[in-house]
Design a protein around this ligand. Structure first.
Ligand code: BDP
Length: 685
């Protein structure tokens, strides 16, 4: 199994009785009309049923008279079967006479219903009396590709970009269709195809033809295309002297450019913008703020059905703590954004670390719809080498209670718009997809793509439920193996945190590659790119004091959160060093001192990778041999590197704690200098 088919394998159902039951109710597919997405749905169901049931299933315009049983696909925007949801993507599956009816408010709704039906079959559940009503909780469910025009992918670890710009628009790689199918199967409905560190190239007529070709592949799957825009495009490709959003010529340029885009791509989704962040140009270059920039683009969209997603990932050096900087720039702008603008906020305040407290902007901008941005590509989580299932990370953020409107004001409710009654809602995942045959490099990286889509659709699903679905569809349906793999996946992120950044440590990774440990990093282009800025180890203790006696970033949260996190006694240990500088000998609720607890976590975290290897070994007979060997080899790398992290961090922090490695743990057999050499070697130019 080379992994190319992802979770859409549609292999023959092994159990003959079950197969016979399925066959009895799926003898034909009825679908009529010209809706292009409905046609996709019928074709996908046909493909799925033929594979799973091993019999040809015809697509017909109407259910034949007689006794045959089949699946009837219908679009019915006014049907009273979708519950309270008003989403166009809603679907309803229910027996209807001798048929099984899949009804959608739109073609896309039917397509999502078809994938839900196939999922039932793929996971071995009965369908004869299936009744299922579902609609997405979040409206805009996007992948963000950080793909560059030259074919590289920023922070991509699964090979080159899947977009072949030199071949487009004449040649359409069949992979584009498979990509669209995979996205639609998990409910995603948009893709921003280029890096947020954007090139102006995509806005030229030449490239818009290429983007149009991709949009044409995605359209039948209910997926819209979005573009990341380079703020200074009016200068670079428009010949203007300025990109000032209040300059009438600039406004006209964007309005004309937007018209041009819609002429080429009538269902264009809109713009994603990284501005005045990490050296990218933006409205602040002209003394304007983010809202003035975003609103100018919103105005350019005019009456077109498109949106602006304006990123809040900014950290201008200025205040004493990077943690606060996005909040400081954006919070005052709440209420100032045009109705078509959503502000896109990363899950945490720093940058996709293995564990972060939720971003303080969630709950703080009630008058602005906020898009949650998470990262599927594991930039800071072992790239495509370490097995880290990310649903628990996403869920931790979604379930976090901002308490801004009393208990229950979760990030999920901010994002899905229900807390503040927003009309628009969105979620974005930075894609982990590349040209590797198996799409994601690490075979289990596919699960992160899958889980993102499933949670974007329904953030109340549990990590384990999603892992179970994915495992059954992708790896095996042998019950003991499924249970073992799901357990392994569900613990993997906590294990990763333990051997890299336990107790709330953060941003202590290798400077250039964001991989491996570099807690000693003290010199970089900016102080907030070093590690010492964040861990603040000294002879007294460890951690960033963000209470009132420190940077007071904690004050950005609601009173309830401040109260819990502000006291080192009640602050969850997972966030402790995010908010407190804790003495080395300070006892923690675990009964151990900080030093003792830190060492314990590094050692048990690294040991847990051995446990992961054993677990994986135990499922060997139930999983494809080549795929099993691939993951086993990656786990071996993970074990080596977990020890690398452990040794680097305990030896380095020991130079401050001045305490021995506590029993029963054996001190590292290498010196700090040796580990540093290793890290340097990995980062050699
Ligand atoms: C950081 C990445 C950088 C991205 C940036 C962003 O290191 O490559 O450009 O985020 O999100 O995590 O804009």
């Amino acid at each position: 199994d080379d992994g190319y088919r992802l979770w859409l394998k549609y292999d023959l159902v092994a159990d003959a009785t079950q197969r016979a039951q399925f066959r009895a109710v799926a003898q034909y597919i009825a679908a009529s009309g010209n809706d292009v997405v409905l046609k996709t749905a019928a074709a996908e169901l046909q493909r799925g049923l033929q594979g799973l049931l091993g019999q040809a299933v015809p697509v017909v315009a109407a259910a034949p008279v007689g006794t045959q049983r089949g699946v009837v696909l219908t679009i019915n925007p006014t049907a009273n079967v979708f519950g309270s949801s008003t989403s166009r993507d809603a679907y309803h599956i229910a027996p209807q006479g001798r048929h099984l009816a899949v009804t959608g408010r739109s073609g896309a709704g039917v397509l999502y219903g078809v994938f839900a039906l196939l999922r039932q079959l793929q996971t071995g559940q009965a369908i004869a009396n299936l009744t299922l009503t579902s609609s997405p909780r979040i409206q805009y469910r996007l992948l963000n590709h950080w793909d560059n025009p030259n074919g590289t992918v920023e922070r991509g670890y699964a090979g080159a970009s899947i977009w072949k710009w030199n071949e487009l628009p004449q040649r359409l790689d069949p992979r584009y269709t498979d990509y669209a199918r995979a996205n639609a199967s998990i409910g995603l409905n948009g893709v921003a195809i280029n890096n947020v560190n954007a090139s102006a190239r995509y806005l030229t007529p030449e490239y818009l033809e290429k983007v149009k070709a991709l949009a044409g592949v995605f359209r039948p799957y209910g997926i819209r295309v979005y573009l990341s825009v380079f703020w200074a495009a009016p200068k670079v490709i428009g010949g203007l002297k300025t990109a000032d959003p209040l300059d009438p010529q600039v406004q006209q340029w964007w309005a004309a450019k937007t018209e041009e885009i819609y002429r080429v791509i009538p269902d264009f989704g809109g713009f994603l913008v990284k501005a005045n962040s990490e050296g990218e140009p933006g409205p602040q270059d002209y003394g304007r703020n983010h809202a003035e920039g975003a609103n100018m683009l919103a105005a350019a969209l005019g009456a077109h059905d498109g949106i602006v997603m304006w990123r809040a990932f900014v950290y201008k050096a200025g205040s004493d703590d990077r943690f606060k900087q996005a909040y400081e720039e954006f919070k005052p702008l709440d209420g100032k954004f045009a109705p078509k603008v959503l502000v896109q906020v990363k899950n945490g305040p720093i940058d996709f670390q293995a564990r972060e407290p939720f971003h303080p902007l969630f709950g703080a901008m009630p008058r602005t719809p906020l898009v949650l941005e998470v990262q599927l590509t594991q930039e800071y989580l072992g790239m495509a080498t370490h097995l880290v299932y990310l649903a628990p990370l996403f869920k931790e953020c979604l379930n976090a209670d901002t308490q801004t409107q009393g208990p229950g004001s979760t990030v999920a409710r901010v994002v899905d718009g229900s807390l503040d009654q927003h009309r628009l809602s969105g979620i974005a995942g930075v894609a982990n997809i590349g040209a590797d045959r198996n799409w994601t490099g690490h075979p289990l990286g596919q699960a992160n793509w899958y889980a993102f889509g499933r949670l974007a659709w329904d953030h109340t699903l549990s990590s384990a439920a999603i892992a179970t679905e994915w495992t059954k569809m992708t790896l095996t349906r042998e019950p003991r193996a499924v249970a073992s793999i799901v357990d392994l996946m569900d613990r993997s992120r906590d294990i990763y945190v333990r051997y890299t950044t336990p107790l709330g440590l953060h941003h202590i990774m290798g400077q250039n590659i964001h991989y491996g440990p570099e807690p000693w990093l003290a010199q970089a282009g900016r102080p907030d790119w070093t590690a010492v800025y964040y861990h603040k180890a000294d002879s007294a203790g460890l951690g960033f004091n963000r209470t009132a006696t420190g940077s007071n970033a904690l004050a950005l949260y609601s009173a309830g959160v401040q109260q819990e996190w502000g006291d080192p006694q009640t602050c969850p240990l997972n966030y402790l060093l995010w908010f407190h500088h804790v003495g080395w000998r300070q006892p923690l609720p675990t009964g151990r001192s900080l030093w003792h607890e830190l060492v314990t976590r590094y050692y048990t975290g690294a040991d847990s990778v051995t446990w992961m290897q054993q677990r994986w070994a135990s499922v060997q007979p139930a999983v494809d041999a080549a795929l099993h060997a691939d993951v086993a080899a990656r786990l071996e790398i993970q074990r080596r590197e977990a020890l690398w992290w452990r040794d680097a961090c305990v030896l380095y922090f020991q130079t401050y704690s001045k305490q021995p490695i506590p029993a029963p743990f054996a001190p590292p057999t290498r010196t700090l200098a040796e580990v540093k050499n290793l890290v340097d070697l990995y980062q050699l130019k």
